[in-house]
Ligand binder design. Structure first.
Ligand code: ADP
Ligand code: MG
Length: 586
């Protein structure tokens, strides 16, 4: 049998279908490409109109909130339809039916349609027949793809297949777009998180670097100040003795007095440097921070002129801390003076107190801070503020932006060292033109605050004192001073030597062991006292130190062993009083 050529009508249909296949293949490629979803919708409607040889095509997007369908994309429609016109999504419309049932809907004769009411949009455009298929994205109805024709004819199953194939490709493209959006969003939040974390880490690194810098400067300053302190002790002590020896000669006495004044100034400078290096002798007491601030009230106000308003904003709930009250007020006064200097044209100075609970993350942002509970005293001013490079160096000793004679650059360094030695940290918030806020943070302690104790007056005495001191000059000086005060002294250069003397049979009764805290030779003053008391449990003892690391053996040991601590450099009267107290101790 020879093959019959197909009849003309079915040949046209076949060609049309082949054309559709070619269009679909092309569209599929486009859909997988990187075109935007909106232009893909446009292309889909254009291509559908061509492939199905109809004048109208549209994508209807379902708006669940309104239960309506928006003409999201389309071809053939009057101006103002695409992107604007909405039609009802009820089951009674062909599109609504397709949407809700998921089934394709063919209406080949809309004017005579009895199952559905024809939307005005179609009537307005003279549409006679319509084909609707559902458009799904991620299994959810996105909307409807619809082909409409004003010309006579009939849609058939092949048309459904074609239209559904287009809708499926669109659905895939939609899914992909949503996945990409989600991914982009994840990436963006990830990026945000990473940059936030990088910023946080940078802050922590800056804080660490700052802490290390201060540590290094502190070590250096502390070392120099310590040696200097011993020198000054020798100079001042000798000058005192010399002064007494030349008391009859007025001219010589004046020279000695001048020299003594100079040495005293040096000693003051040294003590400020030791404060910065966290090596001053502190006498911590348990006090309420609000009480200490109130004590300062009058003093602080007197230092300021009328153009500066002083305000106190104290939180009554703030607890107690263990701190040297005298050093605390000196620190606060330093801050007040700085605030005053920053407001030459007047302004407001506010002293705050508050409570702070710092977690590890918050602590990482501050140089020197550790997580924990703090009581905070802050001094805020409305003055000039500091540039970042000034704020960064403000606590360095000798750093000042003030003219010579006006600033020493030792105020903040002293505050810094004191606060650190007290177990706390200092915060500086400042910006040029926005004022400054400096906070003293001290670890909170539980319990009642103590009353300050009053020191008894100086007095000369009698007795035998065993002096232990590794510095030969200081040793000699102390012996002279003791002699001058009426005491007899026995001298030892180290802890072991002192123990030997104590154990020797010929040694007279010792009324007091006077020992330096920090000594070479493997035994410090506190250990020496403990060791000596094994043989002589009732032995009285007094520690001296010019070098008391805040948490080192000196201070803590002295407190634990209930020993007096005399800090260098000291005047003879201080020595006399301390000895009297130590001998008077139980
Ligand atoms: P001094 O006051 O002698 O200059 P400080 O150690 O007290 O030394 O302060 C160091 C520097 O820090 C000051 O010279 C000033 O530049 C800056 N500074 C301190 N406190 C403030 C403040 N409240 N406002 C602006 N700058 C300040
Ligand atoms: Mg100052």
């Amino acid at each position: 049998m020879t093959q019959q050529p197909p009849p003309a009508a079915s040949r046209d249909a076949l060609e049309a279908r082949l054309h559709q296949q070619a269009l679909l293949a092309e569209f599929g490629r486009r859909a997988l490409g990187s075109v935007s979803f909106d232009s893909l919708l446009d292309e889909a409607t254009r291509m559908t109109a061509v492939g199905m040889q109809v004048r109208f095509c549209k994508v209807l997007e379902y708006l669940p909130g309104e239960n309506r369908l928006l003409v999201r994309a389309g071809v053939g429609w009057h101006e103002g339809v695409v992107g604007q016109v909405k039609i009802g999504a009820e089951m009674s419309s062909p599109a609504g039916y397709a949407l809700h049932t998921g089934k394709p809907v063919i209406s080949n004769h809309l004017p005579g349609e009895e199952r559905f009411t024809t939307p005005d949009l179609l009537l307005d455009h003279g549409v006679k027949r319509a084909l609707n298929v559902i458009l799904l994205g991620d299994g959810q109805p996105f909307g409807v793809l619809e082909a409409d024709s004003e010309a006579a004819g009939a849609f058939d199953d092949h048309d459904i297949d074609f239209l559904q194939a287009v809708a499926n490709l669109l659905g895939l493209a939609l899914e992909r777009r949503r996945a990409e959006d989600a991914l982009r969003q994840i990436n963006e939040t990830l990026e945000q998180r990473v940059s936030a974390e990088v910023a946080e880490r940078r802050q922590a690194e800056d804080a660490l670097r700052q802490a290390q810098k201060m540590e290094a400067v502190g070590q250096l300053t502390g070392g120099v100040a310590h040696d200097f302190n011993n020198l000054l002790l020798v100079i001042m002590g000798n000058l005192e003795l010399l002064g007494r020896a030349v008391a009859a000669d007025e001219r010589l006495s004046r020279l000695v007095a001048t020299a003594h004044k100079g040495a005293t100034r040096g000693a003051q400078l040294t003590s400020r440097l030791l404060a910065f290096a966290r090596r001053q002798t502190l006498r911590p007491e348990r006090r309420l921070i609000n009480d200490m601030i109130r004590e300062l009230d009058v003093l602080a106000t007197r230092m300021l002129n009328e153009s500066v308003a002083v305000e106190f904003a104290l939180d009554p709930a703030v607890g107690a801390c263990e701190v040297d009250p005298a050093q605390f007020s000196s620190a606060l006064l330093n801050l007040v003076v700085n605030a005053r200097d920053a407001m030459p044209d007047g302004g407001t100075l506010t002293v705050f107190s508050r409570q702070l609970v710092l977690d590890a993350r918050g602590a990482a942002r501050h140089a020197d801070a550790q997580a924990g509970r703090y009581v905070v005293a802050e001094v805020a001013d409305t003055g000039s503020g500091m540039a970042p490079e000034v704020a960064e160096r403000a606590t360095e000793p000798f750093f000042t932006t003030k003219p010579a004679g006006k600033g020493t650059g030792l105020g903040l360094s002293q505050v810094y060292g004191f606060v650190r030695q007290s177990g706390g940290f200092l915060s500086i918030d400042s910006a040029p033109g926005l004022g400054t806020r400096i906070g003293i943070h001290l670890p909170e302690v539980a319990g009642q605050a103590a009353e300050p104790e009053v020191a008894p007056a100086a007095q000369t005495g009698a007795g035998v004192i065993l002096v232990v001191e590794d510095d030969a000059d200081v040793r000699e000086l102390v012996a002279l001073q003791l002699e001058d005060l009426g005491y007899a002294s026995i001298i030892a250069g180290s802890g072991p030597e002192a123990l030997e003397i104590l154990a020797a049979p010929g040694t007279p009764a010792i009324d007091l062991l006077l020992t330096d805290v920090v000594m070479p030779g493997g035994m410090n003053g506190v250990e020496l006292v403990a060791e000596a008391r094994r043989a002589r449990p009732r032995l009285k003892a007094l520690l001296t130190s010019g070098y008391t690391a805040g948490h080192g053996p000196g201070e803590r040991g002295a407190a634990a062993a209930d020993l007096g601590l005399l800090s260098k450099p000291y005047q003879q009267a201080d020595l006399a009083r301390a000895i009297r107290e130590a001998i008077g101790r139980g």
